[in-house]
Design a protein around this ligand. Structure first.
Ligand SMILES: [Mg+2]
Length: 127
């Protein structure tokens, strides 16, 4: 698959491209839910490694640092590819799953209560 932008593909076409890549290499037998969940975590750690020992302020400059942005982008791609492979083996509709979760979160974190507040506040103290 030639590189394309976010507005040029669907989630389904990315899932198909990942499935084709795996099928063409005969890797389906390695791609069970356990191995893929582990791979998602391993690649997430590689993404996180890009931020080891830097300050929050330094991390916010990555978008202007082509070398660091390239490394972060590559690790993010690894995470997403494994997430799409995981969705493929469990027949998870990614768009439905994400939009359903966002809808659930809209109910859990109403704008009126959480605007400007971190989402880890599970309970809001009201006077
Ligand atoms: Mg990686």
């Amino acid at each position: 698959m030639k590189p394309v932008g976010d507005d040029e593909v669907t989630v389904g076409s990315l899932k198909d491209a990942v499935a084709r890549f795996i099928r063409e290499r005969g890797w389906e037998r390695f791609h069970n839910p356990k191995n893929l969940a582990e791979s998602i975590c391993i690649e997430s750690s590689e993404l996180l490694e890009n931020f080891q020992w830097v300050t929050t302020d330094e991390s916010e400059t990555y978008s202007e640092d082509s070398e660091r942005l390239s490394s972060v982008s590559s690790e993010l791609a690894d995470v997403i590819i494994y997430c799409l492979a995981f969705a493929n083996v469990l027949n998870i509709d990614v768009a439905y799953s994400v939009t359903s979760k966002l809808r659930e979160c809209e109910g859990r974190y109403p704008k009126s209560d959480f605007y400007g507040r971190p989402p880890n506040l599970s309970k809001i103290r009201k006077a």
